[in-house]
Design a protein around this ligand. Structure first.
Ligand SMILES: [Zn+2]
Length: 132
C-alpha cells in the first residue's frame, strides 16, 4: 500500500490522492455511520459506550452497504467485536432483529449483479436521512 502510493507520487502521471468515487464512498460511510450511531445505544446490550456502525451483511456488498434501516446496526465496540468473530451467531441475531423475510430480501439484494450503486445519489439520500 505504502509502496504503491510512493510510486503514484513519483509518477509523471500523478493522480489525485483520492478518486471522486472513493471520496464519495468515504462521505457516504461517514454520513451513514453518524445516522446509525445516533440511535444512541447498542442494539444488543444497551451500552452507550463507544458506539459503532455494524453491517448486517458485509460492507463488501455495496448494493446494501448504506441501507442503514435494514442492514445497519448500532453496536458497542465489545458487541461488534464479539459478533465479528462469530458470523453464525451474528446471522441468528440479525434474523431476530429484522425477521427471516427481510433478511432473505436483503441477502437477495446484496447478491444482485449489475452495475455499481450511484454514490452521488446514495450521498444525497443519506443527507436527507432517507432509505438507500
Ligand atoms: Zn453492546
Amino acid at each position: 500500500m505504502i509502496r504503491r502510493r510512493r510510486y503514484i507520487e513519483r509518477s509523471p502521471l500523478r493522480r489525485p490522492r483520492m478518486t471522486r468515487r472513493r471520496s464519495l464512498k468515504a462521505l457516504a460511510d461517514k454520513l451513514c455511520g453518524a445516522i446509525v450511531r445516533a440511535r444512541g445505544a447498542c442494539e444488543n446490550c444497551g451500552s452507550t459506550k463507544v458506539l459503532q456502525w455494524a453491517h448486517g451483511l458485509s460492507r463488501s456488498y455495496h448494493n446494501v452497504r448504506w441501507d442503514f434501516r435494514v442492514n445497519g446496526f448500532c453496536l458497542c465496540r465489545a458487541c461488534h467485536c464479539y459478533f465479528t468473530y462469530r458470523p453464525e451467531e451474528w446471522r441468528d441475531w440479525m434474523v431476530r432483529q429484522i425477521g427471516q423475510g427481510e433478511y432473505d430480501r436483503l441477502r437477495a439484494r446484496a447478491m444482485m449483479r449489475g452495475g455499481k450503486p450511484d454514490l452521488a445519489a446514495v450521498v444525497l439520500m443519506l443527507q436527507r436521512g432517507a432509505v438507500t
